[in-house]
Design a protein around this ligand. Structure first.
Ligand code: C2E
Ligand code: MG
Ligand code: MG
Ligand code: MG
Length: 282
């Protein structure tokens, strides 16, 4: 009957509305909690080392971690997406920037001089607050410049282009080292790569998944190695999970790697404990 038809038509719509309403409430609750967490400094940075192919730590990448009172960790990409959507990204990035400076200070107190990379979204750099914070650091504490590096994904740069490139060029001139993150998964064109002020390319972990048994992937990675050379960029391989991958990639000439094989991201304190100068054995 017409009534039945109307019901079968309307019911799913009603369910859908309820679901999306529920999702929206969850999102708004998360947003409210994020604001509190930022104010109370409950977000932390965990560090994952970038290592030479022999396993010597060369630097670290700072990865955002937020554990809610329920015990659950909110994935950083989710935090960043939420912050971008609701205009909090500038604040979040300043938070990460300051947290990274704290880690650098803690390390230096223990005579540990490793560069720390922070992840940025393209909108950060053109946000004057954040850009000014970086320029301020370069102006007032130039001795810290070599300890703070910047990672940007391809997708975060394609939407901004020239205004962003100009600002990145200034930052690079000031002495910041800039890495293109998740290379190969985004929308950067080759011509864009030649215009971008970069020091490092990080090949996305998806390219390593089937290495070494997938011949095509091997050739693709070899091509990227050539490309990095041609562009005069350092290359970091993300997502090295096995010793087989490590050895294979080392043979292809890759010098810098990152991945679970070496270490998962760990709290800063873990590294402070592990790396602190051992007292001399008498
Ligand atoms: P990313 O910058 O590309 O970071 C690498 C991600 O891969 C990290 O996930 C890391 O834990 C993971 N990973 C590292 N080694 C391996 C491996 O061998 N195998 C696998 N399967 N995964 C590995 P995480 O910490 O969940 O971060 C995800 C993304 O969130 C980051 O990708 C970055 O784009 C973003 N992110 C993290 N922290 C921040 C931040 O402070 N600010 C901004 N804007 N974005 C951040
Ligand atoms: Mg990164
Ligand atoms: Mg990456
Ligand atoms: Mg990523």
């Amino acid at each position: 009957s017409a009534l039945e038809l109307a019901n079968t038509y309307h019911q799913p719509v009603a369910y859908f509305r309820q679901d999306s309403l529920h999702e929206r409430n969850v999102e708004l609750q998360l947003l409210a909690d994020l604001k509190i967490a930022l104010a109370q400094k409950e977000l932390t940075l965990w560090l994952q080392p970038k290592v030479t192919s022999e396993g010597t730590i060369q630097s670290f990448e700072a990865l955002l971690r937020w554990q809610r009172s329920s015990g659950e960790y909110v994935p950083p990409d989710k935090i960043v997406a939420l912050a971008e959507q609701y205009g909090l990204i500038g604040q979040l990035s300043l938070y990460v920037f300051n947290a990274a400076l704290n880690v650098i200070a803690q390390f230096r107190q223990q005579q540990l001089f490793y560069p720390i990379a922070i992840n940025l979204s393209g909108s950060d750099v053109i946000t004057s607050n954040f850009y000014n914070a970086l320029v301020d650091l370069a102006t007032h504490r130039p001795q810290l410049l070599k300890y703070l590096t910047l990672e940007l994904t391809e997708n975060s740069i394609v939407s901004h282009q020239q205004p962003l490139f100009d600002k990145l060029a200034v930052l690079q001139k000031l002495g910041f080292s800039i890495a293109l993150d998740d290379f190969g998964t985004g929308q950067a064109s080759l011509s864009m790569l030649t215009k971008l002020p970069l020091d490092t390319m990080k090949l996305d972990k998806s390219f390593l998944r089937d290495i070494p048994h997938n011949k095509m992937q091997v050739q693709l990675v070899q091509t990227v190695i050539q490309l990095a050379k041609a562009l005069n960029l350092h290359l970091v391989l993300e997502g090295v999970e096995t010793d087989v991958q490590r050895r294979f990639m080392a043979q292809l000439g890759c010098k810098l790697m990152q991945g679970y094989f070496f270490s998962k991201p760990q709290p800063a304190q873990h590294w402070l404990d592990r790396l602190k100068q051992q007292p001399a054995i008498s």
